[in-house]
Design a binder for this molecule. Structure first.
Ligand SMILES: [Zn+2]
Length: 201
């Protein structure tokens, strides 16, 4: 298939920053079905405006965005729209990105890669900086809230090849991180981060 030929691979544990013009979309493909993808978006004209999950949850009155929903910035503007989702629609907007501090807590080597590190590394490769690490939209990450308000983490329910399409509504920088978490089973029961695919259309 032509789309497969053009699909780029983001290696497990790494991130990439993509520049999308308004109207362009990115397909994010869960090749193996088990991989969570931390996702950020920044206004290309002003890195101080970025995708804000607290604004998005508030504006949508929903914890998980669905197809047809806009994703809102810190200035309450739509930066991305979710235009397709072939997965069961389970994504996380509650948890922060994994970080060097988290891996230190888990007893890992200080060089363990993290989604937070991937965000800043990927932005740096295209000459940009973010002054903070915004909360990511954790695509395919299976997090729910229990009856006693406890946060429940489970393995992703996506199928191999499931994809989410996000359309830029303004010129945007979208950063994807194939989450390097290999201590807990957030990236599948075998705790093995895997490659994801992406395609700008
Ligand atoms: Zn992560």
């Amino acid at each position: 298939m032509e789309s497969d030929v053009r699909m780029e691979i983001l290696p497990a544990r790494f991130g990439v920053a993509l520049r999308l013009a308004a109207g362009q979309s990115v397909d994010i493909v869960n090749i193996h079905g088990t991989q969570a993808v931390d996702t950020w978006a920044f206004n290309d004209a002003d890195m101080n405006e970025f995708l804000s999950l607290e604004h998005t949850r508030s504006r949508l009155s929903r914890v998980i965005p669905q197809v047809g929903d806009g994703l809102y910035t810190t200035r309450r503007r739509v930066i991305l729209s979710m235009t397709a989702d072939t997965s069961p629609g389970i994504h996380d907007t509650l948890l922060c990105a994994c970080s060097p501090e988290l891996y230190r807590e888990l007893g890992c080597d200080p060089t363990h890669r993290s989604c937070e590190g991937n965000l800043h590394e990927a932005l740096g490769k295209i000459g940009l900086t973010a002054f903070c690490t915004p909360a990511p939209l954790n695509l395919f990450m299976n997090v729910s809230v229990g009856a006693n308000s406890e946060v429940i983490r489970d393995v992703p329910k996506a199928k191999p090849g499931d994809l989410v399409t996000l359309r830029a509504e303004i010129d945007a920088i979208v950063v994807l991180s194939a989450c390097p978490q290999d201590v807990t089973p957030i990236n599948g029961a075998d705790c093995t981060p895997r490659d994801i695919g992406y395609l700008i259309v």
